[in-house]
Design a binder for this molecule. Sequence first.
Ligand code: SF4
Length: 298
Amino acid sequence: MRPFPSLSEALRRAFGRKVWKIPLDAGFSCPNRDGALSRRGCAFCNERGSGTGLAASGLSLREQWDLWRDRLARSRGADRFLAYLQSYSNTYGPPERLAAVLDELRGLPGLAGVCIGTRPDCLDGGKIALLAGLKLPWVQLDLGLQSADPATLTRINRGHDPACFARAAEEAASAGLLVCAHLMAGLPGEGREAFLAGVDFINDLPVAGVKLHNTLVLKGTELAKDWAAGEYEPPGLPDYAEWAAEAVDRLRPDIVVQRLCADPAPGELLAPAWASDKAGVLAAVRAGLEARGFAPLG
Ligand code: SF4
C-alpha cells in the first residue's frame, strides 16, 4: 500500500511533533475586489474572501492568536503552531505593509512557521524576499491557481493566467518558500479532464503541496447567479470523489496533499448540498484513494 502524502505527516517529519494551524485575518484586501483589477471578484468568491472576519471585528493578530492558542492548548495540549493568513490576498499592497505584518508574526509565542494565502499577481521579488527573510523552518505560500486553462480563468474572472502562477511559483520556490497550489474541480465548463490537466500543470512546477477543492456555489457570488439561472451545476459527489482520488494518484509523489475538499462557512452554501457534509465527502474521497492502493487515512 502506498502512504498518503498528508500534511500532518509532513509536519511531523519537519518538527518531530504535531503542529497546529491557527487561522489569522490581517485585514488585507484583494485587487479583484477593490477595483484595482475588478470589483466583481472571482466567480466563486463572496465578499468574505475566505476570511474569518476577525480583523474586521477589531482583533489584532496577537489577540486572534491568543484566542486560538489558548483554545487549542486547553483542548488538545497544543504548543507549536503555524500562523495561517488565509483571508483575501495577504501580499497585496505596499511591501511595508507586508513587512509590518511579518514583524507581528515573528513575536507570536509558539510560532513554528507561517502559511500565507495570496494571488500569484500579488508577488514580486521584494515580497518574496521578505517572506524568505522570516527564516522559519516552514514558510508556505498558499497560491491560488484554481484551473490551468486560461479560458476558464477568464470565465471565472480570476484576473491572472496560468503563466503568472508558474512564474510566481518558480520565483518563490527558488527563494526557499514552500508553494502550495490551490486547485478547483468542477469550475464552469470544466470536468474531469480539465481538473486533471491542472494536476499535470502543477506536477511540472516546483510545488511542495496542493489543496484540492470541489467548487461550491456560495451566496453572494457570480456563480450563484449562474446556478440560479440554470447555467451552472456543480458535479455530484461520486464524480468529485473519483476525480479527487485520481488527482492524488496522479500527483508527483513528493507533493503533500493538504486538503481534499472545500469547507463552506456556515450559512453560505447554496449547492451542492452534499458539500455541507464534510465527513461524508472525505469518506467518499478516502474510499476512492483506498481503491487506488493508498493506505487508509487516520
Ligand atoms: S478568491 Fe481570492 S483572489 Fe478571488 S476575489 Fe476572492 S479573495 Fe480575491
